[in-house]
Design a protein around this ligand. Structure first.
Ligand code: GDP
Ligand code: ZN
Length: 376
């Protein structure tokens, strides 16, 4: 048996790379895995059996333990997330940048995201410095690149070398251009934009790992594995409890320790140490923080509303504290449900009369069932 990596998982089939043979196999998974509900996704390390190098086929017989898991698109064993943004075209958006940071820090807590700013050929020196000055002091690795001018790509390649990375970011920021530059054999389509509903190049609900052959300083080629993911819309981003947002903003967290109230959200002034020291936080970061907290509050509220709605549509039956919740049906469905009971009775042991139903129900029942008696 060999240990290999799933490059693509789609419609029940898998494309798997076996490094020992430096070959790709078309695989199916053993039925047992499905029975045991062991899912296999791109990035999974798997054991192969029944290898047929001539046909290029094999069977996946086991999945090894995952060290990380990205949920959308499903991708296992990701070492790092590279957030790609354009400085211009499309204009850089600080809130979007912070949203991506928060989302991926929550998704893969073990890896600090890398910020890759593309199209630096379109930016001034001062714009580049100001972006660095926001994120480098917070401990993020910031890489300035230009796919068209060939700037900074050796640094990006060094970051990707020997790791499994996800390249993420809005459509149009240059992800395909960067990947094509690093691995010209990929021939990814460039400049095909998504429309607003995300239909276009990335209609994928699956992801694929590409291998980039990156030369190291000593001339050896070590692959870097990269997956390209679609951009996100707000609803798909991770939303946490409003009070937890601050843990994703280290510069605010540092000040928050000295707020008077432990449940302070740092949005209003009452003895808030963050607000007292706002001048020490980049304005854009505090704006992002506020926007994300307020959004988290809204998400929390709408979840509460939904769960209250659900509660008002169920009733508890059974008593003794062991009752179970059953839906309270509106009149149309109540009638439907009684009709079903009756049909079951009829097919089982049909009583001569309706003695098991109260008279009001029987009358209603009769008119309702009249039109579909023939169905039984
Ligand atoms: P993706 O949607 O993120 O994969 O972006 P693409 O790679 O398709 O690029 C979108 C557009 O940006 C294309 O027209 C590219 O030619 C252009 N582009 C990509 N990188 C750069 C860059 O570094 N500088 C400039 N000026 N344009 C770029
Ligand atoms: Zn505060």
């Amino acid at each position: 048996m060999v240990d290999a990596t799933v490059l693509r998982s789609h419609a029940g089939g898998y494309l798997v790379y076996d490094s020992d043979q430096d070959a790709v196999f078309q695989c199916a998974a053993r039925g047992r895995l499905k029975k045991e509900r062991i899912s296999i996704v791109t990035g999974d390390r798997v054991e192969l059996d029944e290898l047929d190098p001539e046909k290029g086929t094999a069977v996946i017989c086991a999945r090894l333990e995952r060290h990380s898991m990205l949920s959308r698109p499903p991708l296992a064993n990701v070492d790092q997330v590279v957030i790609v943004q354009a400085i211009h075209q499309p204009e850089w958006n600080s809130l979007l940048c912070d949203r991506y940071l928060v989302h991926f820090q929550l998704e893969i807590a073990s890896a600090t995201p890398v910020l890759c700013f593309n199209k630096c050929d379109l930016a001034s020196e001062s714009e580049i410095l100001s972006l660095r000055s926001i994120y480098e002091p917070l401990g993020y690795l910031v890489i300035m690149v230009s796919a068209t001018a060939g700037v900074g790509l050796a640094e990006l390649a060094a970051v990707l070398r020997g790791k499994v990375s996800v390249l993420t970011g809005q459509s149009g920021v240059g992800k395909s251009s960067l990947l094509n530059y690093l691995e010209p054999s990929l021939h990814l389509r460039v400049g095909v934009m998504e429309n607003e509903s995300g239909v276009g190049r990335h209609t994928t609900t699956y992801s694929e790992l590409y291998s980039l052959h990156i030369a190291g300083p000593d001339g050896t080629h070590i692959p870097g594995w990269v997956a390209d993911t679609p951009g996100f819309n707000i609803l798909e981003l991770n939303h946490q409890q409003p009070h937890d947002v601050v843990f994703q903003f280290p510069e605010i967290l540092e000040l928050a320790h000295d707020c008077k109230f432990t449940n302070c959200l740092h949005l209003v002034e009452s003895d808030c140490n963050v607000i007292a020291n706002l001048e020490s936080i980049p304005e854009r970061r505090y704006q992002s923080y506020c926007a994300i907290v307020i959004e988290a509050q809204e998400v929390q509220k709408s979840r509460k509303d939904v769960s209250q709605k659900v509660e008002s549509t169920v009733k508890r039956v059974g008593g003794d504290g062991k009752g179970k919740q059953v839906p309270i049906l509106n009149s149309k469905y109540r009638a439907e449900s009684r009709r079903l009971t009756r049909q079951q009775l009829r097919t089982a042991d049909l009583p001569d009369d309706d003695s098991d139903l109260d008279s009001a129900e029987s009358a209603e029942e009769f008119t309702e069932t009249g039109d579909d008696l023939g169905d039984d």
